[in-house]
Ligand binder design. Structure first.
Ligand SMILES: [Zn+2]
Length: 259
């Protein structure tokens, strides 16, 4: 049996109400999933930095060991040259060996300087490692608390979400395919997720542009589906304006509804 326009509009309004509630649940969870992902990336970044510093410090340790070996080699050479110097046949040979010994002593000095520099660099790296590890520990604490929060929220809203999803499945059965497609398209394009809105205080409830009085009268009749000429949202109804006299003190919305 073909539904009346009023019934179609009611079904759409019902679906919008369910979807808005689902949106609200997701909004509560809000930025948490993104924040968790960001923190995980950040922590991975810190770990990469720590690994890099550690490998650089390791390279420096290796270079220190190399310089120490070089020093040992130079010392061995010097010892050998000293022995050779005892058996030289002339001054020329003696001077030549003296030059070699001076050269090896210079090599030793350079190596010692490089070792000192490497130790200083390692100290800086270790400082960076400690600082980064501290930051990582801090972020890891944030991550575990955010993860816990997200888990709690997901658990808390799970039942509500399930109920709403079931209600949604039922609600969509009342709506013809063509209308459902436009509804979904409208929702996808709307930042606030609203596809079906009332005219509120003379304006579209979605984009807040003015709806002309004649159009409002047509909407009120509910004889055909009318969309906002500015945003394309379905205008399902016109909420009656509550006339508030300026002189009277403002009452809460609840009190105004009861009155
Ligand atoms: Zn609009």
């Amino acid at each position: 049996m073909e539904k009346t326009v009023a019934q179609k509009l009611d079904a759409l309004t019902n679906l919008q109400r369910i979807d808005s509630e689902l949106d609200e649940i997701k909004k509560v969870r809000g930025a948490l999933p993104d924040e968790v992902a960001d923190l995980e990336d950040e922590i991975a970044g810190y770990q990469t930095r720590i690994d890099k510093f550690k490998s650089e410090a390791g390279d420096l340790e290796t270079s220190i060991a190399d310089y120490k070996t070089q020093i040992k080699n130079s010392e061995a050479l010097i010892k050998k040259y000293n022995e050779q110097q005892m058996n030289v046949r002339n001054n020329r040979e003696y001077d030549a060996i003296t030059k070699e010994i001076e050269l090896q002593n210079l090599e030793i000095q350079i190596s010692e300087k490089r070792i000192k520099e490497a130790f200083a660099k390692i100290e800086i790296k270790n400082g960076e490692i400690a600082k980064t590890e501290e930051e990582l520990a801090e972020r890891a604490k944030d991550l575990s608390s955010k993860k816990g929060e997200l888990e709690t929220l997901t658990k808390e809203s799970h039942d509500d979400e399930q109920k709403l999803m079931n209600a949604r499945t039922k609600a969509t059965k009342d709506i013809e395919e063509r209308l459902l497609v436009s509804y979904n398209k409208l929702r996808d394009n709307a930042r606030n997720g609203l596809a079906v809105v009332p005219v509120d205080r003379g304006a579209c409830g979605g984009c807040f542009n003015v709806v002309p009085p004649q159009r409002q009268a047509d909407i009120r009749e509910r004889k055909k589906i009318i969309v906002c000429e500015h945003c394309g949202r379905i205008l399902a109804d016109v909420t009656d304006e509550i006339v508030v006299e300026e002189a009277k003190p403002k009452r809460s919305r609840r009190a105004a509804t009861k009155a």
